[in-house]
Ligand binder design. Structure first.
Ligand SMILES: Cc1cc2nc3c(=O)[nH]c(=O)nc-3n(C[C@H](O)[C@H](O)[C@H](O)COP(=O)(O)OP(=O)(O)OC[C@H]3O[C@@H](n4cnc5c(N)ncnc54)[C@H](O)[C@@H]3O)c2cc1C
Length: 459
């Protein structure tokens, strides 16, 4: 027997869940097929939510935020166990499973557990261990199968050797708990896509505050396990140095989870990293098959995956709703310190030859920064020199990933830094730093005018 739906979604990660709910909201009959026992994909089960919860847990147990603030000495709490460390993560993941289940149920989405394979452009076969394959037909199929960590074939991965996690985030989490961490980075800068001051702030905090050994311009050429019980990891670097560790965590990027899905047979084109080729409406090379989320590659974030799926579904069913992915995308990095950016950085603006100025405000000069003891954070604005239109923003420090949305909104509405000058910000808040970054920007502009008039430069 074949069950017929308007939309069959493969995968119940962020893209699958939100794409399904979007179509169902507009009255479509939707079925989601998920091979894992629980929904949520990498975002809930292994990536985003666990790592962000573990970061909070590490900050709590290490009391890193409070160190030096109250005149009493605080350290990592002694005798904490792995169970203590994982307690909150389990609780949050449980709550997320529940919320996703409720969302799909509220939208009357049918959820089928099993492995889906596309058998023709309008049909999916679902297999479950010990059961006969079950066929679902659909007007549209949304592929939202996500991605896997990239695993170099000559690295001996096993259960002890994790792969594909965000190296800097995990380095910070473990270091906060007192684990001695060495971070091997191929490039000369950590997170080289970021503003150079943000990258440097991260390197400096990791080394100075968390005692992480950061090796830049270093490439791991070999990883092997040694010892009688195969419990020691040895990482060999290009220059011959060998690092010995209890655990080696490899995070070298990801590849599309498309193997065995039947895509090529159905006519869907994928690239050499397994990512599905799509157009700006997330249509694949087969008209009835759309794809969204990590499986289509960059930027491979939970935030964008959800939106891509909504846009994909709206186009597929000609729903006059979400027509495109927003062109302003904020990025968050939950290292210690937290980092967020949107639009141009000082570096990207320079590389593009834009006529720009920057404005910067330190958390040190901000009352809220003083209260919480984050004195190294900063807000840095990049704006057009002629009309003061905001071009981008980078924030380092507490709540950077929340604060960045203010800049994202100004960018989306093509606003100028005058927005920050004229606005009233709650006081004392870190948000108030936007105003002082804008003032600083205006002062830099004024100094530039003064300098061109031949007067002495004032810095
Ligand atoms: C350590 C880490 C930290 C991260 N932190 C962040 C962050 O802070 N912010 C952020 O925005 N993003 C973050 N991400 C990225 C985020 O997790 C992914 O972008 C997001 O999960 C992608 O969603 P998705 O729905 O495309 O795929 P996934 O979440 O991977 O879900 C795909 C689903 O498809 C299912 N599936 C696959 N094949 C089949 C099949 N044949 N049949 C049935 N089901 C199938 C899988 O079981 C899975 O449930 C992080 C990722 C990692 C690894």
């Amino acid at each position: 027997m074949t069950d017929h739906y308007d939309l069959v979604v493969i995968g119940a990660g962020p893209a699958g869940e939100k794409g399904a709910a979007q179509a169902a909201y507009f009255g479509k009959r939707v079925c989601v097929v998920e091979r894992a026992p629980r929904p949520g994909g990498a975002a809930v089960n292994s990536g985003t939510i666990p790592s962000k919860t573990l970061r909070e847990t590490a900050l709590h147990f290490s009391q890193l935020r409070q160190r030096g603030l109250y005149g009493v000495d605080v350290h990592v709490q002694p005798n904490i166990t792995i169970a203590d460390f994982m307690y909150r993560e389990r609780a949050v993941v449980d709550a997320e499973w529940q919320l996703i289940g409720e969302n799909l149920a509220r939208h009357h989405v049918t959820v089928v557990q099993g492995v889906a394979t596309i058998v023709d452009p309008h049909a999916v076969e679902v297999t479950r261990y010990g059961e006969e394959p079950h066929r679902l037909s659909a007007e549209v199929i949304l592929v939202a199968t996500g991605s896997h960590p990239l695993r170099p074939p000559d690295f001996p991965f096993d259960d002890e050797l994790g792969g594909g996690v965000v190296g800097c985030e995990y380095a910070a989490i473990f270091a906060a708990l007192g684990v001695r961490v060495t971070l091997v980075n191929e490039r000369s800068r950590l997170l080289s896509q970021l503003d150079h001051e943000a990258s440097e702030a991260l390197r400096s905090d990791l080394t100075r505050r968390l005692a992480v050994q950061v090796l830049l311009d270093a490439q791991a050429t070999e990883v092997r396990v040694e010892g009688d019980d195969k419990k020691v990891g040895v990482v060999r670097l290009r220059d011959g140095t060998e690092l010995v560790a209890d655990c080696v965590l490899v995070s070298l990027g990801r590849e599309g989870a498309t193997r065995g899905l039947g895509l090529a047979e159905a006519g869907v084109r994928i690239n050499e990293r397994g990512f599905i080729l799509v157009d700006e409406h997330y249509r694949t090379t087969v008209p009835s098959i759309i794809a969204a989320g990590d499986v289509v590659g960059f930027p491979a974030l939970a935030s964008t995956s959800m939106e891509q799926a909504r846009v994909a579904v709206c186009h597929a069913f000609d729903l006059k709703y979400k027509q495109r992915l927003a062109n302003v995308i904020p990025y968050g990095v939950w290292t210690i310190p937290e980092i967020a950016c949107v639009g141009e950085s000082e570096d990207s603006a320079r590389q593009k030859g834009l006529n720009f100025e920057i404005g910067k405000a330190s958390y040190r000069l901000n009352a809220r920064g003083q209260i919480i003891g984050d004195l190294d954070g900063f807000v840095k604005l990049v704006f057009h020199r002629e009309d003061q239109r905001l071009l981008g923003c980078t924030i380092v420090g507490e709540t950077a990933c929340e604060l960045i949305h203010v800049a994202a909104a100004v960018l989306a509405f093509e606003g100028t830094i005058d927005y920050f000058i004229q606005s009233v910000f709650n006081y004392p808040t870190l948000g108030d730093a936007y105003k002082y970054a804008a003032y600083d920007g205006l002062q830099r502009l004024a100094r530039r005018v003064t300098n061109t008039a031949g007067l002495p430069r004032v810095e």
